[in-house]
Design a binder for this molecule. Structure first.
Ligand code: ADP
Ligand code: NA
Length: 332
């Protein structure tokens, strides 16, 4: 049996957005201080699977660390790390590259999305990304991983890798990690197009709420969000064919820690002209303090670097013995 332990990560690739917050960070905060040990990671090795300017990468890593802390991750209670500072992630990833099968990797929809039409020109790292992600999780023997819906397939692959390793070497060494995909906002959509997920890489800044947006920018983006002309329904099934409406209601529910049904019981019958200012006020109340705390923390980068160095030391107390044991099992 395995110690109940949570691991999750976010790429420091700029434009930390409301989808990352509601689908991931806010839920990381909720799992802190529960029955789990919590390990949260800036995954810079994942970020460089697509080109990152070195100065920007370093700034985004510190900004993401500030975003975690400003959102309520306590670096004493949780282990907060930058992936490249804990070398066992990359070391276990190599073993997993030799466990995972080409056919498994070729089925990953995120690779197809990110590589686009010219997949021959994508980096080998982008293709191998899910094996590194499996190593990130399993090098802690993590039992639970809170993520957004887009990561479901990668978590299945993580279990496949753990199962094949255990089977091939005749051990019961890696746990079958459970994804935790919960809440009203496991898939936050673009504010401009209800069929696309909100994403760091969308060229349109108006499509997403950035965690660094100030109150005026936030309110303006919500006012301009795409909607339809109908009044809001009073039950969730009334949102089924209305992706933009559903998205704004999901965002409201997740920000306010309510269910979608509870929100609709209050706002059913209202027009967007009335609901959008309510959502804007709520978003400003919840997010503007995080943005200003991030800015404050970014003024003391020495402190951020100290927190990450300390996190890496604590992490290695867990990862070094697990990697050593893995090498023993493999015959190294
Ligand atoms: P991105 O997809 O923005 O590049 P990452 O790949 O670093 O971000 O994902 C970090 C976390 O944020 C993952 O748990 C992912 O599932 C979650 N996430 C990303 N986008 C969204 C979204 N639009 N809605 C909900 N969760 C999301
Ligand atoms: Na993602």
């Amino acid at each position: 049996s395995f110690t109940p332990r949570v691991f999750s990560g976010i790429q420091p690739s700029g434009n930390l957005h409301l989808g990352n917050y509601l689908g991931a960070i806010k839920r990381f905060v909720d799992m802190q201080g529960s029955d789990f040990e919590t390990v949260y990671c800036m995954v810079d090795l994942h970020a460089i699977t697509v080109w990152q300017n070195p100065q920007d990468l370093m700034k985004s890593t510190r900004e993401l660390c500030a975003g975690f802390i400003a959102s309520g991750i306590d670096p004493e209670q949780s282990i907060l790390i930058n992936q490249s500072q804990v070398p066992e992630h990359a070391q276990l990833a190599w073993i997993f590259n030799c466990v995972a099968r080409m056919g498994w990797m070729q089925r990953m929809t995120q690779f197809k999305d990110k590589a686009g039409k010219n997949s021959q020109n994508a980096s080998l790292g982008l293709f191998a990304y899910p094996a590194l992600m499996a190593a990130d999780i399993l090098v802690y023997h993590a039992t639970h991983v809170p993520v957004g819906e887009d990561q479901k397939q990668h978590l299945e692959l993580t279990r496949d890798i753990a199962a094949k390793f255990n089977h091939d070497y005749g051990v019961d060494f890696f746990p079958m990690t459970e994804p935790v995909i919960e809440g009203a906002a496991t898939r936050v959509m673009s504010l401009r197009d209800g069929s696309k997920k909100m994403s760091k890489s969308d060229a349109s800044d108006a499509s997403r709420i950035n965690m660094t947006d100030d109150a005026d920018t936030l309110a303006k983006k919500i006012r301009k969000a795409k909607t339809d002309p109908d009044a809001l329904p009073s039950e969730a099934k009334g949102l089924e064919a209305r992706p933009e409406a559903r998205n704004l209601i999901n965002i409201y529910a997740a920000l306010n820690d309510q269910t979608v049904d509870a929100v609709l019981a209050e706002v059913g019958g209202k027009q967007f002209g009335e609901f959008k200012p309510m959502l804007a006020d709520l978003a400003v109340a919840k997010l503007a303090p995080i943005a200003s705390e991030m800015a404050r923390l970014m003024n003391d980068q020495t402190e951020i670097d100290r927190i990450l160095a300390r996190g890496a030391e604590r992490a290695r107390d867990i990862t070094a013995p697990i990697l050593r044991k893995t090498y023993d099992i493999v015959g190294m």
